[in-house]
Write a new protein. Structure first.
Length: 446
């Protein structure tokens, strides 16, 4: 695709205070259409995001941030989805931006084809079979500068390179790989980040108010306050597998999901493990108040086509009343939603498994429950891999009503890995994967 490709729309900056971005003035309110009568979970609507040039989108929010979008369209907003209060409207969040991997001399390098891209909170509306962008909020430092999506720390995060993997880019302490999103009662937002991993409090206008990181991270030079308030054991998160899921309980507490098992005591143990962790954070106390062991199903149960345990991930957690959550276990091709109750008796915070010298580690236990660890009980609500019409790589789940879920996929900005991701002119060879919102009806409810 090129900047002049058919269907790519010009976007305009809004002049209204507090609404940084708008593309549609009038929209028809739409509710999920009824699907065919069925006693089984089924898709009742699919809507697709149209082509919006990434450079035009970014520069409308923060002028001059993107000089060349290399033909990439807005995507990646499927990192999470959260109801915005009006029918068919949702808050979403981008991840760190277009990125891929290319091997150079036998070693994979992480590429950032549009390094000026700044993560954004995006408000969308599902209208018929189309996803409309209503407005967007750039995520910025205390002084209003872009945080960027670039890695933070040399030696801990992947080294960033240009689109062709030939030229190194600079690390950026303020950079965020944003994932989950919820909106607080005061209009501010809470996000989670994979780099730290971090919990990030953002104002209604997008400024980072505080970034909460693990004790001992020693992140310096960020353009906003950084507070070490999370357990130090989280320093052992896998590369690119920090926090991904975030839920807001009715009382205001937050639940953060570590995407994959920690690398404790080493990478091999983390790759083989099926035990990850959920944390409960009190915004009032500004502290973690509970930690839970969460056990994945075997990988071939989650995804019959997969045999690699390291492909298991939690991408979304959704509050469904009281201390109950929907937890999404997934691979890139399949996903299952489990109903979980956060039992107070299952709290392992501050115990022996928060000590990274404990042997065997929590991640090494073949059967944590048999070893005395209070693993969270769960019940399968729906196997999305068996529902026709659900796309791959679902990263966001929202509850529309008792019987309806809205799912959003991460299309990776149309990126693929390898040297074929861009043509000879350095323009994206689009994967063809679109960002979609898919409504699924659960006849038996949640």
């Amino acid at each position: 695709m090129s900047p002049s490709a058919t269907g790519r729309r010009r976007v305009h900056r809004s002049l209204a205070a507090g609404v940084p971005f708008a593309v549609v003035a009038a929209l028809v309110a739409a509710s999920p259409a009824e699907g065919a009568s069925s006693g089984e979970p089924h898709v009742i609507r699919t809507a697709t995001l149209g082509d919006i040039p990434l450079g035009a989108f970014s520069n409308a929010l923060l002028p001059g941030t993107v000089g060349d979008d290399r033909g990439v369209d807005l995507g990646g907003i499927g990192s999470d989805i959260y109801p915005a209060g009006r029918k068919g409207e949702f808050w979403t969040v981008t991840d760190r931006g277009p990125n891929g991997q290319i091997k150079v001399d036998g070693t994979k390098r992480r590429t950032f084809p549009v390094p000026g891209f700044d993560p954004a909170i995006v408000r969308i509306k599902v209208s018929g079979d189309t996803v409309k962008v209503l407005d967007a909020i750039p995520i910025t430092t205390s002084s209003g500068k872009p945080v960027t999506g670039l890695p933070n720390q040399e030696g801990r995060d992947e080294a960033p390179y240009t689109y062709d993997a030939r030229t190194p880019l600079s690390y950026t302490p303020s950079g965020l790989d944003t994932e989950g999103i919820v909106r607080a009662a005061d209009g501010s937002f809470w996000l989670v980040d994979e780099y730290g991993p971090s919990l990030v409090h953002v104002s209604a206008r997008g400024k980072v108010l505080t970034r909460y990181v693990p004790e001992g991270l020693n992140l310096t030079g960020a353009g906003y306050p950084v507070v070490e308030a999370l357990p130090a054991v989280l320093l052992h998160r896998k590369v690119n597998r920090g926090f991904e899921g975030l839920a807001q309980l009715p009382g205001g507490d937050l639940v953060l999901a570590v995407q994959s098992p920690l690398s404790l005591p080493d990478t091999d143990a983390g790759e083989a493990s099926r035990t990850t962790r959920l944390l409960r954070f009190s915004p009032r106390k500004k502290a973690v108040t509970a930690e839970y062991a969460y056990r994945f199903d075997p990988v071939d149960v989650v995804d019959p086509s997969e045999d690699d345990t390291s492909e298991l991930k939690i991408s979304s957690v959704v509050a469904v009343g009281g201390d109950r959550l929907l937890v999404e276990e997934r691979t890139d091709k399949a996903a299952r939603l489990q109903l979980v109750h956060l039992d107070r008796a299952a709290n392992i915070l501050g115990g022996r498994y928060d000590d990274d010298t404990t042997s065997p580690s929590l991640e090494q236990l073949d059967d944590p429950a048999a070893s005395g660890v209070p693993v969270l009980a769960k019940r399968l609500v729906v196997d999305l891999g068996t529902v026709d019409g659900v796309p791959g790589k679902i990263e966001g789940v929202a509850r529309v009503d008792r019987e309806t879920l809205a799912l959003i996929n991460d299309n990776d900005f149309g990126m693929t890995d390898g040297t074929a991701a861009f043509d000879a002119q350095g323009r994206l060879v689009d994967s063809g994967v679109e960002t979609t919102v898919t409504y699924v009806r659960l006849p038996r409810g949640i």
